[in-house]
Design a protein around this ligand. Structure first.
Ligand code: ADP
Length: 388
């Protein structure tokens, strides 16, 4: 079967290439591709597996022809569970004609049952507007994953080591500010306050980095307990009361009296609420109002946190959940921030089987929504808990 439609049918000097030679070129090209390549017909049966694919999957190129791809090459999720047939992207690609690239960790299972992480793209082959098959390209990303793990481990170790001297600095600063080492004059007090503020910012940064590395490395413990989200948010509000009172802001909370408890990790959910509320307070002017609504919709509990503050510029909104993003409209106005809070929030929500999204208009305000399934979060054994 000619797999590549040769549009250029003549050699540079103009002589036509023989059909046989064209097929040989097709084959040579496919065999030379460094990435794994599998072609299927429209039923998902294997037509061809290139040498890179057979090597990675430990399959026999001839024996696999005609076999169902999904049965022959199982995929596993990050917990090692085999992905059910109906959830394999190949089905959707063959049905809809849309390409699919896996972004989440995905594993291919070799013929000897061992697994490797793979970056996979599945695309339809379309001829005369008809889907006639699919082409799957993939790469073994074991090395990238390992480098990623080492980076996370390094950040975790570095932030852990930084915490001890920072605590000591803070401790001695407090003693100086309180006059334990003798009276301080006005100017000294002002300088000490600046040093103290910077130290607190650094402690927040180090703690955020540590929490992120805990989540990214999958070492975090998830301990779901029946939790009333209304009560939890009231507790968080108590924690930030001083902050919003000092800005004369008003916070209005509403939730249904029969809001059911859900099985989530209260410490992780508290960290989510704390981040979103701190942001609503920080990025809204004096005297503004913050609204919190928690409601049950179908199989989800949705928490909505709205402010009428500075908003997030439209052009930058795609970066909101990225590490170290800080809005260009606030970066000079609000010094206190690391750009790590929302990244952490999103990681927590995703590890709790939830979703997060937002709407924002500069100068008008921002609303964040988080949704958590009423079925709750699955427990996970780990080594560390958040903020420990
Ligand atoms: P930080 O607040 O430490 O800068 P976050 O990750 O929590 O970091 O937020 C990232 C950026 O998103 C903020 O710097 C700010 O520009 C923007 N942002 C987040 N929440 C809001 C909000 N409620 N209103 C306006 N901007 C916000």
């Amino acid at each position: 079967m000619p797999l590549i439609t040769q549009t250029q049918n003549s050699q540079p000097h103009g002589k036509p290439i023989e059909l046989k030679q064209k097929l040989a070129i097709d084959e040579a090209i496919i065999s030379s591709v460094g990435d794994g390549l599998i072609v299927t017909d429209k039923e998902g049966r294997i037509l061809l597996m290139n040498p890179a694919a057979t090597r990675m999957l430990k399959q026999d190129a001839k024996a696999v022809v005609g076999k169902d791809l999904i049965d022959t090459v199982p995929a596993a999720d990050k917990n090692g569970k085999i992905v059910p047939k109906e959830n394999r992207p190949l089905r959707t690609v063959l049905a809809t004609g849309q390409s699919f690239t896996n972004h989440a960790a995905n594993f291919y299972v070799r013929s000897d049952k061992s697994k490797f992480p793979a970056a996979i793209t599945t695309s339809p082959i379309i001829l005369n507007k008809e889907i006639i098959g699919s082409i799957i390209t993939f790469r073994d990303i074991t090395h990238e994953k390992e480098v990623d793990r080492m980076k996370t481990e390094f950040i975790s170790l570095a932030s852990h080591q930084l915490r001890t001297p920072l605590s000591a600095i803070r401790w001695f600063l407090e003693m100086l500010i309180n006059g334990d080492a003798g009276p301080v004059n006005k100017e000294q007090a002002k300088f000490l306050k600046n040093v103290n503020d910077s130290t607190l910012r650094m402690i927040t940064l180090v703690n955020d980095l540590l929490n992120i590395s805990r989540i990214e490395s999958g070492r975090i413990i998830i301990e779901p307990k029946p939790t009333h989200l209304g009560k939890l948010i009231e507790e968080v509000l108590e924690e930030v009361r001083l902050k919003y009172k000092s800005k004369n802001q008003k916070v209005v909370v509403s939730y249904h009296p029969n809001l059911p408890d859900i099985n989530v990790d209260p410490n992780l959910t508290r960290a989510v609420y704390l981040n979103l509320l701190n942001n609503a307070i920080k990025y809204s002017p004096e005297g503004s109002e913050i609204t919190i609504i928690i409601s049950k919709k179908g199989n989800e509990i949705i928490s909505q946190i709205s402010d009428n503050g500075f908003g997030i510029p439209k052009k930058e909104q795609y970066r909101v959940f990225q590490k170290f993003y800080r809005g260009s409209n606030i970066v000079k106005k609000v010094l206190d921030g690391t750009g790590l809070g929302l990244y952490l929030v999103k990681s927590i929500i995703e590890s709790s089987s939830g979703k997060i999204w937002f709407e924002s208009e500069e100068g008008k305000g921002t609303t964040f929504w988080i949704s958590l399934p009423t079925s709750g979060t699955a427990a996970k054994k780990g080594e560390v808990s958040i903020n420990s």
